[in-house]
Design a protein around this ligand. Structure first.
Ligand code: NAG
Length: 237
């Protein structure tokens, strides 16, 4: 409904401008070559910046280096600590008990990131500092069968982003989409462990069966067989 009057107005403006701008074009171009800013305002093109892309060049640098003007997402003040990053996909590699954690940058100036890792109610381990272009990190040496909470922290000159207190991360389900800086990480038991468990259970079952059979035949040898002829006359009556 609103679109068509706007479009008509835009078309009208465009067509009314075309005849007036054409004769001026050669002159205007010459002027632009000489002094830099009197042209039309820069087009509203967004910079090729993705807050979730690994090794993403900061948007301000894209603006400075790019041939054309582009727009960056707004950032909070550098005088404030950054907003929390958003945790993305957490990919667990069961074979070597490691995990790759992805995140997205907050709309704040960030100097560095680091990960926090806590297993159950244990102490929190702090990962090494990562520069501001980094959006993924690998966690190594996880325990097979372990359940962890992983959080990503952003920091700048004014401080570091907030992390929910232990046990209050507001996590729903394992591996689901996270909206905050934390997520849960469940490492499956090693396939080798599963094989060992299966072999162990199988051995125990086989031993139980063997001993049951041995007991059965021993009992029959000792008491079972002589009983049968004795009980037959009573059955015959
Ligand atoms: C940031 O760290 C990554 C991974 O260690 C590295 O590849 C990249 O060159 C670093 N970038 C800067 C600007 O230091």
């Amino acid at each position: 409904m609103l679109g068509s009057p706007c479009l008509l107005w835009l078309l009208a403006v465009t067509f009314s401008l075309v005849p007036t701008t054409r004769p001026l074009a050669p002159q205007a171009l010459k002027e632009e070559e000489e002094d830099e800013t009197p042209g039309p305002p820069p087009p509203a093109v967004l910079c090729d910046y993705d807050s979730c892309r690994h090794l993403q060049v900061p948007c301000r640098e894209l603006q400075r280096a790019g041939p054309k003007a582009c727009l960056c997402p707004g950032l909070s003040s550098p005088a404030q600590p950054p907003a929390p990053p958003r945790l993305g996909e957490v990919h667990v590699v069961a074979e070597d008990s490691s995990a790759v954690v992805h995140w997205c940058a907050p709309s704040s100036p960030v100097h560095q990131y680091w990960l926090l890792l806590r297993e159950g109610s244990g102490a929190t381990q702090k990962g090494p500092p990562l520069n501001s272009t980094v959006r993924q990190a690998e966690l190594k040496g996880l325990k097979p069968g372990g359940v962890y909470v992983v959080c990503v922290v952003a920091a700048n000159g004014a401080g570091e982003s907030s992390v929910p207190p232990a046990g209050a991360e507001g996590l729903e389900g394992v591996g689901g989409p996270a909206f905050g800086p934390c997520g849960r990480l469940a490492v499956p038991p090693r396939p080798v462990t599963l094989v060992h468990t299966a072999v162990g259970v199988g051995t125990v079952l086989a031993l139980l069966t063997c001993s049951a059979l041995v007991w059965h035949f021993c009992l029959r040898e000792r008491w079972g067989c002589p009983h049968r002829p004795a009980s037959q006359p009573t059955a015959g009556l």
